[in-house]
Design a protein around this ligand. Structure first.
Ligand SMILES: Nc1ncnc2c1ncn2[C@@H]1O[C@H](COP(=O)(O)OP(=O)(O)OP(=O)(O)O)[C@@H](O)[C@H]1O
Ligand SMILES: [Mg+2]
Length: 598
């Protein structure tokens, strides 16, 4: 074996140990009593198998051949009791395992989601929702099989093998040895098959994640696919992934199925030899028919659990591969975290200014912001304008620490945002972002998100100010109407108004509005703007807008281009400057006069 392969195996073994310890400490230890009970019940179940095969001998020798009348009843009763006990033990054992396996799986999924929602944009940039859904649901199912495979496998099948082997040895140890003659031949192919399964199942889990990803994107982008006539192309992509999946999964499963087949080869040799040896001995009269039947029953019963046990090792590889990926996911640490205490307290409401000092930011290596500095004074409105892709939304993400600056500092109330508690920091902001997420809850719950304890009056006021009440009568259940998955039951403008109401209700010192009214018609926009400007008094407000008409009253306007601030001032002074802002303004003004001319 080459050195690198050996060291790879060593690393694998170390990883397996880590995963096993985690499995034990997080999921098994707390339920060890219940699981032991289930284990005992499984052992009881398999003991009954031993009892049954043992009873075959008196059945033949005493009852059927000797004709002992009294024994008929005893043996019949013992047989009946055996099967009754078996049924009850199996039901109780299975019930415990199913219950605990479901609980543990749910626990793991909750653990995963709880962990994933703390991670930052850097992580989600590389992990799509589809992949993550597959990870949370698909991979965690492995935990369910741990309980089933291990306890049922080892408890029932393991002890059945021991008990039945005991009966076989007790009946005739020489026959037993003869019967097992074929088994040593199976060792090497068995090991090879296991390796293959581990590899293929790791790959197939990966491809499964890809296919979930495609499904997720296809269903979310269904309208775009239909409008661009790309249905066939999308289906083709999906089919290619599925082809890969089929090939990997088939190989893993065939590998798994090959294990019991190997065992059957062993059985073929064993049964044949025993039949010859035992048959000749009975004809000679040195053994009874009852002995042989008892032995044969034990042997026949033995192969089933043995076959299951042998595929257990393969299944275990499959499970380990999944658990390892899950464990890995739980080890990912976010880059953006709360600093260790003591935390800087958030600034007083009237001191919540926003300052960027020479801030640069890059996704991977692409610079997005390059040395930005500005101050948005507390209680005033600062507007950010500039072409698409200039980095405006990125500035907002820095303020709320959705991302951290690669260089420079971001301050609110003169304090570095990285020295404040993350939850407290985010509690300073109400954000209406460019792509607001609504959830499949009622409109009421969507507005109350982020301010769950708001009073009914405050809710009504926010609804009025954001002009949500204008479209509520159009909806079947008004405020209690569900917004649909991602808010799909509402129009773009309606979604925006719900988002504005949500932000207003939060009543925080700083308000961030990113194209907050872009989807509204002119009349609604004017009305919502009026409500917003009432709200922005006394609050530090940052507004991003393409339509300059919405920012002309701002105390300060920042013009951004290619990750830099190129102009700064108020509407009048920027117009007088005759630079980018003036040009942008002239363009929009020309548009407007054209529209009004039409
Ligand atoms: N998750 C991301 N990964 C990599 N690059 C990104 C990511 N998000 C944004 N960018 C890049 O950052 C740059 C600035 O994006 P940003 O969203 O800040 O622009 P913007 O000024 O808000 O534009 P718009 O007016 O179109 O909303 C863009 O060039 C974009 O390609
Ligand atoms: Mg933007």
């Amino acid at each position: 074996m080459s050195r690198s392969r050996r060291s790879r195996r060593k690393t694998q073994a170390r990883q397996d140990r880590v995963v096993l310890r985690w499995l034990w400490e997080t999921f098994v230890r707390q339920r060890i009593l219940l699981l032991s009970a289930a284990f005992v019940l499984m052992v009881v179940e398999s003991l009954t198998l031993g009892a049954f095969s043992y009873l075959v001998q008196p059945m033949f020798d005493d009852v059927l051949i000797q004709g002992d009348r009294a024994q008929v009843y005893v043996v019949a009763l013992a047989m009946a009791a055996t099967f009754l006990g078996r049924g009850l033990a199996r039901l109780a054992g299975k019930a415990i395992i199913v219950w605990q396996a479901e609980k543990a799986t749910a626990q793991l999924q909750s653990l995963l989601l709880g962990h994933l929602i703390t991670l930052d944009q850097g992580f989600f940039k590389h992990m799509s929702p589809g992949v993550l859904i597959e990870r949370v649901r698909g991979d965690s199912a492995a935990l369910r099989s741990v309980f089933d495979a291990l306890i049922t496998g080892i408890g029932r099948d393991g002890s059945a093998v021991i008990v039945l082997l005991g009966v076989a040895l007790w009946t005739d140890w020489q026959w037993t040895l003869v019967a097992m003659a074929g088994i040593p031949l199976l060792g090497v192919p068995m090991l090879a098959i296991q390796r293959l399964i581990r590899r293929r199942s790791t790959e197939s889990r990966r491809v499964a994640a890809q296919s979930s990803n495609r499904l997720d994107e296809a269903f979310h982008g269904i309208t775009t696919l239909q409008l661009t006539g790309s249905e066939a192309q999308e289906l083709g992509r999906f089919n290619r992934i599925k082809e890969q999946f089929v090939s990997r999964m088939t190989r893993a499963k065939i590998g798994k199925a090959a294990v019991p087949t190997l065992l059957d080869f062993g059985a073929a040799i064993g049964f044949g030899l025993v039949l010859i040896v035992g048959g000749l001995q009975i004809i000679d009269g040195s053994r009874t028919v009852g002995q042989f039947m008892s032995f044969f029953t034990a042997l026949g019963l033995l192969f089933d659990p043995l076959r299951r046990l042998s595929s257990l090792a393969a299944q275990w590889q499959h499970i380990l591969a999944s658990l390892e990926r899950t464990h890995e996911l739980l080890q990912v640490r976010p880059d953006v975290t709360s600093p260790p205490p003591p935390h800087m307290p958030p600034p007083a409401r009237d001191k919540a200014s926003v300052t960027l000092n020479n801030v640069s930011f890059a996704y991977d290596s692409d610079p997005v912001l390059r040395g930005i500095s500005f101050e948005a004074p507390a209680g005033q409105t600062t507007a950010i304008v500039g072409p698409s892709g200039a980095g405006k939304s990125t500035v907002f993400s820095l303020l709320t620490r959705m991302i951290d600056a690669t260089e420079g500092e971001v301050l609110i109330g003169g304090q570095d945002v990285r020295r404040m508690d993350l939850v407290q920091l985010r509690a300073q902001f109400s954000v209406v972002s460019q792509d607001t997420a609504l959830f499949d809850e009622t409109i009421r719950d969507n507005i109350l998100l982020g301010a769950p304890h708001a009073s009914d009056e405050a809710l009504a006021e926010a609804i009025r100010a954001a002009h949500v009440n204008e479209f509520l009568p159009l909806l079947s259940k008004g405020l209690e109407t569900r917004a649909g998955p991602r808010g799909s039951n509402l129009s773009g403008g309606q979604r925006q108004r719900v988002a504005i109401a949500r932000a207003l209700l939060r009543d925080t010192p700083i308000l961030l509005l990113d194209e907050a009214t872009s989807a509204l018609d002119s009349r609604s926009e004017a009305l919502v703007q009026a409500a917003l400007s009432r709200l922005t008094t006394g609050r530090t407000t940052l507004v991003i807008a393409h339509r300059l008409s919405t920012v002309r009253d701002a105390d300060q306007i920042l013009v951004m281009d290619k990750g830099q601030i190129v102009e700064k001032g108020d509407h009048i002074s920027l117009l007088a400057l005759g630079g980018s802002y003036a040009k942008l303004h002239a363009l929009q003004f020309a548009d407007q006069s054209e529209t009004s001319a039409n």
